[in-house]
Design a protein. Sequence first.
Length: 158
Amino acid sequence: MKKILLSLTLFTCFSVAAIAQDEVAKAAPANPNAPEISFEEELHDFGTLPFGGNGNFDFKFTNTGKEPLVISNAKGSCGCTVPKWPKEPIMKGQTGSINVNYDTKRVGPFTKTVTINSNAKTASKTITIKGNVMSQEETENQSPIKKNSSFSPLEKTN
């Protein structure tokens, strides 16, 4: 019985200590000089894209904080969304961009995210792309030159 009581007492002490440490970490003031990443837009709508079309977009941002901004990682929500980000620090007031490329050989509507990790006040930020990729057949039918046209440019018209 004494062992059980001693075990419960130790467990309670360690639990209280862990909770107290967590609360202290939450209460610690944030760095007032920390960098801030401010995007021109956080959502880009491609609209309707042709099959195999251009699925690239540059998300432009500015470091509006006081210290250099370092982006440690940018990860797409799937393998069809590939981000490229600057590896060098972005100084106070400077701009940069994160290029996001979507694979437009995947037909249908899409909404994909890119999660950006940095040393900014908001350490994790999400940007989003969306749109709809037409099928290859729809794309070919949208072509300005119709393959089955009965009109020949050499024919004389009255």
